[in-house]
Design a protein around this ligand. Structure first.
Ligand code: OGA
Ligand code: NI
Length: 348
């Protein structure tokens, strides 16, 4: 019986309608007819020249992309095509395994550093999402690799190679973003303690009634910066200028979005962006976000250089540890679009 299944992949394969716990109220549905396609509205930054004489120009592009949109695409990013291909294949193979093989990794405990789960936070949310996900901590790799799934057989090796390569890219992006804020290039990186890197493999099964539900409802990412790899199936949408905009995936580019920690560190100069994922009747979809984040013990606050009490730019957020933030993030279960408001400095 569908209701006794843990994962939506195993429900999707036997139903011809969306079970009631996945159905959104009429006021909160994707309304696909109102969604625009991205066209040129999302900036594309070519990293090829970042370390050459045109660096200043590229840093300007970062400043523009981060302040106007908070969402951009990157090409010539340095992660080898082969590494990307192998990661996508390993992800696909993982989700093609039998139900009994997959559920071995299942857990609803949001504190577990390696786990397969479904929806977002099944113990807190009211309506479920049409998504399963494998979530892995991956920095430092040696602390976590032995917890990762050992099937498919190449999974650990391929994921380690991918995570290492994406981390190098993120460090480059952080330097550019730091400079684009007028800060020293290692400034943002230095606020992250020992650094953290999480990865999700999102699996969105085909859905008989995609207009009634979400893969992921509108949310902002809790971490610092997200680098998203996706297959050739559309589904990601970004909220920009009051409208939802859909992306058609472009091969060999990543989508980058800023998360809540970047908003805090930049003291609202850059904003975390609202985005969501929709599903479709024809094709399953896989996306692989890398969530780069502070280590749990890192104390996060707006960068001192960006605060000026006299000029009316006081610190908008109080100090907090990333552990405190991250716990709150899972607890809110996307009921609010962002949990950042509860970390604002008191304005007594
Ligand atoms: C996420 C996310 C988008 C996608 O996992 O936080 O926003 O396209 N994913 O899967
Ligand atoms: Ni997200």
């Amino acid at each position: 019986m569908a209701a006794s299944k843990l994962l939506v992949s195993d429900i999707a394969s036997v139903v011809d309608h969306v079970p009631s716990n996945y159905v959104r109220p009429v006021s909160d549905r994707p309304k696909m007819s109102e969604v625009q396609t991205s066209g040129d509205s999302i900036p594309l930054i070519d990293l090829h020249d970042l370390h050459g004489p045109n660096r200043a120009d590229i840093i300007n592009q970062f400043a523009h992309a981060c302040s106007s949109c908070g969402f951009f695409q990157i090409k010539n990013h340095g992660v080898p095509e082969e590494t990307i291909k192998k990661m996508m294949n390993a992800a696909r193979e993982f989700f093609r395994q039998s139900e009994s093989e997959r559920v071995k990794h299942y857990s609803a405990d949001t504190k577990k550093t390696t786990r397969l789960s479904t929806s977002f936070n099944v113990s807190k949310e009211k309506v479920s999402n049409w998504r399963d996900f494998l979530r892995l901590h991956c920095y430092p790799i040696e602390d976590f690799i032995n917890e990762w799934p050992s099937t498919p057989i190449s999974f650990r090796e391929v994921t380690a190679e991918y995570a290492t390569s994406v981390r190098a890219l993120v460090l480059t992006l952080l330097e550019a973003i730091s400079e684009s804020l007028g800060l020293a290039k290692d400034r943002v990186s230095n606020t992250l303690g020992k650094h953290g890197q999480h990865m999700a493999i999102n699996y969105y099964p085909r859905c008989p009634q995609p207009e009634l539900t979400y893969g992921l409802p509108g949310h902002k990412d809790a971490n610092l910066i997200t680098v998203l790899l996706q297959d050739e199936v559309s589904g990601l949408q970004v909220f920009k200028d009051g409208k939802w905009i859909a992306f058609n995936p472009v091969p060999n580019t990543f989508i980058v979005n800023l998360g809540d920690q970047m908003q805090v560190i930049s003291n609202d100069k850059y904003k975390s962006v609202l985005h969501r994922a929709v599903v479709n009747t024809d094709k399953e979809r896989i996306s692989i976000p890398t969530f780069y984040c502070p280590s749990e013990d890192a104390v996060i606050s707006p960068a001192q250089e960006l605060i000026n009490e006299e000029e009316d730019s006081p610190a908008i957020y109080r100090n907090f540890t990333y552990a405190e933030y991250f716990e709150k993030f899972w607890d809110t279960a996307f009921d609010t679009e962002s949990c950042i408001d509860s970390f604002k400095a008191s304005t007594a």
